[in-house]
Design a protein around this ligand. Sequence first.
Ligand code: FUB
Ligand code: ZN
Length: 668
Amino acid sequence: MKKIILLIIICSSSFLYAQQKDYAIQALPFTQVMLSDNFWLPRIEINRTVTIPASFERCQATGRVNNFVLAAQKKGKFCTKYPFDDTDVYKTLEGAAFSLAVHPDAKLDAYIDSLIDIIAKAQEPDGYLYTARTIDPVNVGPWLGKERWEKERELSHELYNAGHLYEAAAAHFMATKKRNLLNVALKNADLVCSVFGPGKKTVAPGHEIIEMGLVKLYRITGKQEYLATAKFFIEARGQYTGYDKKSTDPWKNGAYWQDRERVVMQTEAEGHAVRAGYLYSAVADVAALTGDDSLLQAIDNIWNNVVSKKIYVQGGVGALGDGERYGANYELPNASAYNETCAAIANVYWNQRMFLLHGNSKYIDLLEKILYNGLISGIGLDGKSFFYTNAMEFKNNSTYKDVEATRSGWFECSCCPTNLARLIPSIPGYIFAQKDDNIYVNLFIAGSAKLTVNKVAVQIIQQNNYPWDGALSFTINPAKTLAFNLLVRMPGWAQNEELASNLYTFQNSMDQKPTIKINGTAVSFSINDGYAVLNKIWEKGDKVEVMLPMETRRVVSSKNIPENDGKVALQRGPLLYCAEWVDNAGKVSNLILPSSTVLVPEYNAGLLNGITVLKGKVPAYIIENNQQIKTVEQSFTAIPYYAWANRGKGEMMLWLPTAIKSMEILTK
Ligand code: FUB
Ligand code: ZN
């Protein structure tokens, strides 16, 4: 009897610990939000019915699943290319679990269980799980050391694989309450915690994500050691003595792995952009859970650096293909822009966490920009074709090998498709957040949400035609009359702020301002940290109507990016636009968009699953008989950037010149 009582106390105190410090604001889980939205619901459905099944098929067909089978048998040869190929199975499984959480599907559930069975059998008795070694530990590939963890700092991805396993396990446990994958993850995490830590092995994981994964396991179990090990890995950065700190080569000075300096000393986003995004997300988690202000200060500084110097206007990060990494400040080339889809995903994770820490809408403004532009450009409208890189322009004479103009079904290194498979079903979890009796409405996605305020159930119904229309309606249905604050995000773009820095600005300021009505009556409101604060004793059926002025805006970039001089980008609401060949007489690199051009938005239900296009007349130069340069007036159509490359291969430009400055004549 005594034993039982003691056990209960231990469990509940660790649970309590987990509750002591955390994000001040909590996101409303996606399982509490039922979408009816025309923009996102079809995407989530395609993810469920096309992307996830295609992804599982590709994991099977390419040998990724077979690697686990071989590891269980301890015979054969690792049959794919990269040691992190296990993670494609984990990520797809994570997406499938999220999907299952809101869409019960016995067949999928059983398939997942069968996969988990295969994964569990590949785990070594002490918890180690990494098929690239287990299959044949004597003959390992070049990215692996002879011993476990030996090349973790550089290339082996042993802890990266573990991190994705934990993320998948946490999702699967949340969705099904089954412990089959969770037990595999916990056994692995226990091994990791027994190997790494103070007085044990130290390493700055070569590709971050284990830190975020450990935090998720900590939240589920309350086991302090998981959080401590996540913090240990973060603090291990900047400690390795083998780098040449004077070198400017990021692989020699450690910057590639965010390992040049201790995290608390870092002020700039550097190195591999996906690694960086996962690190900053984990730093936010650990700062929230431990109250470590020095960590918080570091990510605040790094965030400011990204937003003011290292991000593309469509929200992409990681400008350089060489190392898939951040460039120097203002190094944002258009012709060779890399912008890996996974980096956009990592940046969504990070910005959500920054919001949960600070409660400022600027983080959600950026999250929205990434989500509606540089992230979903990564997936074709068919749900099974993907961009690994997200170009800023594609010209017919482009010679940049990394610039993709057509999407592919899969890649040899297929991190992006499987990362999308897990991100997309979780999107409803970014819509609402709550701190006590403050309810934040962050994203304008139609549907119905269930919350609890002071123990009273509240339903919020969102209706809108966003992002095409700025008219938003919210019906508030508390179970009984109840006072709380409804904090509705007033996007920067609706208030003349393109981004929370001067990297990109709107060329002209807009006179219209957002307006709000409650039950048909216009109300005045104050804006606090970017939110309209609506304080009221709410009654069932109360209706809030928000009007966000949605004009077509021209965006200009800071003089610090000289190649954007004299060019504009087009934005309407949260969407950035681009000109694509197919709508513009087969070519776009010959178009000029003077400031006098009037652009008219026009909704076209039959185009690209329904989009608002921008139409106008522009000058285009054409060359006649290889002798004459002529300027003609031509119809111009711009489409949302995310929708390009769904109608064949051809030119695309996001930044458009406003005048002809000079012209190159072909000399051969
Ligand atoms: O290294 C694992 C993944 O492969 C990275 O996150 C991607 O950038 C790709 O290199
Ligand atoms: Zn990727």
